[in-house]
Design a protein around this ligand. Structure first.
Ligand SMILES: [Zn+2]
Length: 465
């Protein structure tokens, strides 16, 4: 493998000794500038330099997979992947003689922030101009870090802008101009195989391996429907995991995707999880060795806290029509306005008025399932045909529209176009791969198994301990 060398030093925080060097350089530059001024007077306006972006090396980085059954809040804050080894101490705001360190705040442009530090406006303008095309300051977010290195006269020598540890740009004074560019960061993704034995807790076992507790939590999340790790673990249980670790310039930065995990209890129970990177979004996720989804793909019920007033019943006497008419669904009596949650991930195929159903919502799920919600008071925000929804997302409100004796949700479920009893569905095993998808999964699983069992390690010097 060949990597580009660092084009600029990354170290934040310059030593005082170096500043003396800069002072001498400054004196030299000043002398040259005086000469240049005399000789080239009139050409100073040509000093605007456009920045050039250097390509950063990336190696197919992947974040935590989305379909881990974490709570919505956890899903939205992706902090679990942040490395505990990256202390934030360097980000303390500083404003001293030679160094300013700060963060972008809401309601203040970077220009104003720098100006408020008492910096020369011409310098600031030149620095920002030199980074045009390198940093998209319009996309600056509160919390982005910046650092300004100064000389004794508080002139800018170097400006560093960090959107993330993977995205750092720098503008350096070269004589009388500033040259801006991206800092080339060597990014490596290494697959690491972990294996251990539980002696105390699984959490402790991960820590003993030199990994973070977050990774242990992630492991437990994978099997949360199969195992209660707070009570179910025993001394001597064994586990393995194949996980990507992301390194920036040789330093651990964060965890990437977990490709596999296994857990075997002393009593012989074996749990396996393999990530299937399916071509279709709906099928990406974790499966056991036979292609059964690990995630509980359907909710127990689309409404909570409402009594079941009419189950699925093929011989029901209809309350309004007064004749035997199959009830192809379940009814729950809920107050008008009760939120209705999508039974599973899927795509809205119908959201409109439909005769006796009143406002009807139909959602298509993977593996041939379709869920139907009738008599709605209203549809959820943004819910219309073609919209993708996630399991548990509020897709509508209970109502009393169409032929209905009172506010309730009529909920139907179809499998391959035929009504089935929603209560008969094994919500745990609803998503089992079959056909060509299952064969694709099997070959993916076998490949993962080979890395899991045959390499016996990471295969990279970066993580040899
Ligand atoms: Zn009904």
């Amino acid at each position: 493998m060949s990597y580009q060398k660092l084009s600029l030093p990354l170290s934040l925080g310059t030593s005082r000794k170096r500043n003396w060097l800069w002072i001498w350089c400054g004196v030299g530059v000043l002398l040259l500038a005086v000469i240049a001024f005399v000789v080239f007077h009139g050409e100073e306006d040509l000093n605007v330099v456009t920045g050039r972006a250097l390509d950063m090396e990336t190696f197919g980085a992947q974040e935590w997979p989305e379909n881990i059954p974490l709570s919505r809040q956890t899903l939205e804050s992706d902090d679990v992947s942040k490395s505990p080894d990256m202390p934030d101490s360097e980000s303390e705001p500083v404003d001293d003689l030679f160094l300013i360190r700060g963060r972008v705040t809401r309601n203040q442009t970077l220009f104003v922030a720098l100006k408020n530090h008492g910096l020369d406006i011409d310098d600031v303008q030149q620095v920002l101009a030199s980074l045009e095309g390198v940093v998209d300051f319009k996309k600056s977010r509160p919390g982005d870090r910046y650092e300004v290195h100064l000389d004794v006269d508080r002139r800018i020598l170097k400006f560093v802008y960090e959107s993330s540890p993977e995205d750092i740009s720098v503008s350096v004074r070269e004589g009388n101009v500033f040259v801006g560019q991206k800092v080339v960061i060597l990014r490596e993704v290494v697959q690491k195989r972990l294996s251990g034995v539980v002696t105390d807790t699984l959490y402790q076992a991960f820590v003993n391996l030199g990994e973070s507790g977050e990774l242990a939590s992630h492991f437990m999340q994978l099997f949360k429907y199969d195992m209660d790790f707070s009570t179910g673990t025993q001394r001597g249980d064994e586990f393995t995991m194949l996980v990507e670790k992301v390194y920036l310039n040789g330093q651990f930065y964060k965890y990437g995707r977990v490709w596999a995990a296994t857990y075997e209890t002393v009593s012989g129970r074996r749990l396996e999880a393999y990530y299937f990177d399916a071509p279709e979004e709906d099928y990406k996720g974790y499966y056991d060795d036979e292609g059964r989804a690990l995630k509980r793909t359907f909710l127990k019920t689309p409404v909570v806290g409402c009594p079941l007033t009419s189950p699925y019943n093929l011989k029901r006497m209809h309350p309004i029509l007064k004749r035997v008419r199959p009830h192809y669904g379940m009814d729950w009596a809920c107050p008008t306005g009760t939120p209705i949650m999508s039974f599973g991930d899927g795509t809205v195929t119908f959201a409109d008025w439909k005769g006796g159903n009143g406002n009807l919502l139909v959602i298509e799920h993977p593996n041939g399932y379709t869920s139907l919600y009738a008599h709605l008071y209203a549809f959820g925000r943004g819910i219309k045909k073609g919209v993708r929804v996630r399991q548990g997302q509020v897709v509508g409100l209970v109502g009393n529209t169409g032929i209905s004796t009172g506010p309730h949700l009529h909920f139907g479920l179809k499998l391959h176009g035929k009504y089935i009893d929603p209560s008969s569905v094994d919500t745990r095993r609803a998503y089992t791969l079959s056909g060509s998808r299952l064969s694709a999964f099997h070959s993916s699983r076998d490949k993962i198994r080979r890395s899991l069992w045959e390499t016996g390690g990471s295969g990279s010097a970066l993580v040899s301990k």
